[in-house]
Design a binder for this molecule. Structure first.
Ligand code: ADP
Length: 255
């Protein structure tokens, strides 16, 4: 148990989750655990089921079978505390392009019922952390892709989630922005003990995780540290291990 909260040390528990689209089983008995303060990379080629899993985790859909708990709360029976323990950055941008950065963030704190004084402090602090204080009054549409992603990350943290869900968060970004976002999230993990589930098809983004979960065709193939995976599969690099595990799917090094 976590002494600070009295709750379990498990930030996210996915147990035997099944989800089908018609006859197509997108998730076929997926079990994944993420502990508080742990950075887990969910690595799989396109079509592995990563986005489907994230849609279930964020409460957009319900699984056909299995159970999901966030910070010890069942996502179906205790949806409000479960969902408010999640911070989510989706692959597709979800900011209102016409509103200012600040208005987008305020909208989120209002949705979460955070008191205005607290909201003001948190917004200032998260904007400073991503280096966007100066841009707070700009409409989102004027920001670069990298800065938009930084705003999404700042927003995901405003309600102080137990776990951050990052669904391929660096898609479409230049190498420098990708690196900065990854570094920021690794720091959040270390400094605030936030758990992270980071879905990607890029091996280099998984290298610095505490644990890698490899998915393919709706199933978890294996899970372990990068060193575990290299040893178990008998390869020198994580990239080679993935290619072997996933049969040369679309899992790749970043360009
Ligand atoms: P990933 O995010 O790893 O690329 P997805 O979760 O998008 O994987 O896809 C998993 C499987 O589910 C794939 O076979 C995909 O074609 C299928 N799928 C995903 N979304 C839908 C949908 N809305 N309708 C039907 N099939 C879908």
């Amino acid at each position: 148990m976590d002494s600070a909260t009295g709750r379990s040390d498990i930030a996210l528990s996915v147990t035997d989750v099944v989800k089908s689209y018609g006859p197509n089983k997108a998730l076929d008995g997926v079990t994944i655990t993420v502990r508080r303060g742990e950075f887990v990379a969910l690595l799989g080629p396109n079509g592995a089921g990563k986005s489907t899993l994230f849609q279930l985790l964020s409460g957009l859909f319900t699984p056909d079978g299995g159970a999901i708990e966030v910070a010890g709360f069942d996502i179906r029976k205790n949806a409000v505390p479960a969902l408010s323990s999640l911070g989510i950055v989706f692959q597709a941008p979800t900011l209102d392009q016409e509103l200012s950065v600040l208005a987008n963030l305020r909208f989120h704190t209002d949705l979460h019922g955070i008191l205005p004084r607290v909201a003001k402090e948190r917004i200032a602090s998260e904007l400073a952390a991503v280096g966007l204080t100066e841009r707070q009054h700009d409409p989102v549409r004027n920001l670069s892709g990298g800065n938009k992603r930084r705003v999404e990350l700042a927003r995901a943290l405003l309600h102080e989630p137990t776990i951050l869900l990052m669904d391929e968060p660096t898609v479409g970004l230049d190498p420098r922005s990708r690196r900065e976002i990854l570094t920021h999230v690794l720091n959040l993990k270390r400094e605030r003990r936030i758990a992270v589930l980071w879905a990607t098809h890029l091996v280099d983004e998984a290298e610095e995780s505490d644990r890698v979960v490899v998915m393919r065709n709706g199933k978890v193939l294996t899970s372990g540290t990068s060193a575990d995976l290299r040893r178990d599969v008998g390869t020198k690099t994580l990239s080679e291990a993935f290619l072997k595990l996933t049969g040369g799917g679309q899992t790749t090094e970043a360009a």
